[in-house]
Design a protein around this ligand. Structure first.
Ligand code: ADP
Length: 422
């Protein structure tokens, strides 16, 4: 293993694994820090996925350092900390505290922070993050159930989270190419910057940044920042060759199901598209869970009534106004938790019911579902939409899983994903 990555949620880890695999590194993804030894023959990169995006900052730091330690023990030489391309965090963290702790742990003084991912509409200009051309704070991330983002300027957002200095490598240097970027990194170091936000508006920018970032021991960012790393590592002689990514997946025979706990705009549209296409759908209501009138058993009895060939959709996906009304009643943490717990309870029952092909929408939701299934290692399959591959569990239960970050995928994502398995 050359590159050891730590991702703050499961779908983010999958997204990064896909990027590394697509660009030529043989990549394996683990859920949590492995407790048993892992066969790392023919593996260039390991992505350890945590569920640390919204937990207390000190716990996120502790878990990330444990992951870094495991990666070091397994001979990683380069490190990446992966977070969301919409910089999901709060003033308390967790991006800043984890990045600073990793720098300290690795004995380094400088890294970059670049969540840009132009393929899915995330770009950074003068330190400001845009989501499909709209400033972050005016995008739907403003109303995210767990991490509402109300400031578009990442230099400000990150500075509120860290004790070290936050700097900016701006568009002019990035546009000028690798040499200018190297000089800008050096200037930031000299100026005492610990973490530099880096502007990027295109994949070409990310590839130029990757060329120089490959020299850093620690890189932090979204999966986009990894686009240039494999080729750069090859050029530096750190890996021997680039390997072609898989183009198909041998999904096990069995029933198909969708679990959606994401309230993101893209997921709302995907859920509507699936319902319009005739998928039998069951809507989860957090208030009914809280009152005890909706339980795992209630949902499973609905599931038992569905035809074997149907693709059931179980969703808590709701529009922002509905989500904030629920949060007012139950609290943000509690409402999120009870939905995750219910979906995890359903997931737990799926293998015995013959479900072997599963799509999950939502980062936190995917974390809860995969933990409930007890899946520890995932192999990366072909790309469904930017940032979302099919994956296969490499431990029991044998399942094909598509784990979708809320805002990823086109309207017909669910339909497209199933078509790839036929
Ligand atoms: P995304 O990838 O879109 O951010 P996540 O799964 O990471 O999705 O986060 C969505 C969060 O919102 C989860 O904690 C989930 O349990 C919670 N949630 C889902 N549906 C509702 C709802 N109807 N009301 C309140 N919270 C909800």
């Amino acid at each position: 293993m050359l590159l050891g990555c730590i991702a703050d949620d499961l779908t983010g880890a999958t997204d990064l694994s896909l990027m590394l695999s697509r660009e030529g590194m043989r990549t394996v993804q683990t859920t949590g820090v492995p407790t048993q030894s892992l066969d790392l023959t023919n593996v260039d990169a390991v992505v350890v996925s945590l569920k640390s995006r919204t937990i207390a900052a000190d716990q996120a730091v502790a878990q990330s350092l444990a992951a870094a330690q495991w990666l070091q023990e397994n001979r990683a030489q380069k490190f990446m900390f992966k977070y969301c391309s919409t910089f999901d965090s709060s003033d308390l963290g967790n991006i800043g505290p984890v990045a600073e702790a990793l720098l300290h742990h690795l004995g380094e003084t400088f890294s970059i922070a670049c969540p840009a991912f132009p393929a899915v509409g995330r770009s950074i200009y003068q330190g400001n993050l845009f989501v499909n051309g709209v400033p972050l704070a005016e995008s739907s991330m403003r109303d995210h159930p767990l991490t509402p983002m109300r400031d578009s300027n990442l230099c400000r957002v990150l500075q509120r989270q860290v004790s070290g200095k936050v700097g900016l490598v701006s568009y002019a240097d990035v546009e000028a190419g690798a040499e200018a970027i190297a000089k800008a990194f050096a200037a930031q170091r000299t100026a005492g910057t610990r973490l530099a936000i880096v502007d990027a508006l295109s994949d070409a920018h990310l590839r130029s940044i990757g060329k120089i970032a490959a020299n850093l021991r620690l890189v932090t960012g979204g999966s986009g920042i990894a686009i240039g790393l494999p080729a750069a590592y090859l050029e530096l002689g750190l890996i021997e060759r680039l390997t072609k990514p898989p183009t198909s997946i041998a999904a096990p025979m069995g029933r198909c199901i969708i679990l959606s706990g994401s309230c993101s705009t893209a997921t709302q549209e995907q859920v509507q598209t699936a319902i319009s296409a005739g998928y039998p759908a069951y809507q989860i209501n957090p208030l009914e869970i809280a009152s005890g009138s909706m339980t795992v058993a209630t949902v499973l009895s609905w599931l038992a009534a569905q035809s074997v060939n149907a693709i059931p959709l179980i969703y808590s996906t709701a529009a922002p106004a509905k989500v904030s009304a629920i949060q007012k009643e139950l609290g943000r943490k509690t409402s999120g938790q009870i939905v995750e717990d219910l979906l995890a309870g359903i997931a737990n029952a799926l293998p015995q019911l013959g479900y072997t092909r599963l799509i999950v929408a939502g980062g936190e939701t995917s974390g809860a579902v995969v933990a409930a299934l007890g899946i520890k290692v995932l192999a990366i399959g072909p790309e469904i939409d930017p940032g979302v591959p099919w994956t296969m569990s490499k431990s029991q239960p044998t399942m094909a899983l598509a784990l979708k970050s809320g805002n990823f995928g086109g309207n017909d994502f669910f339909l497209k994903a199933w078509n790839m398995l036929q």
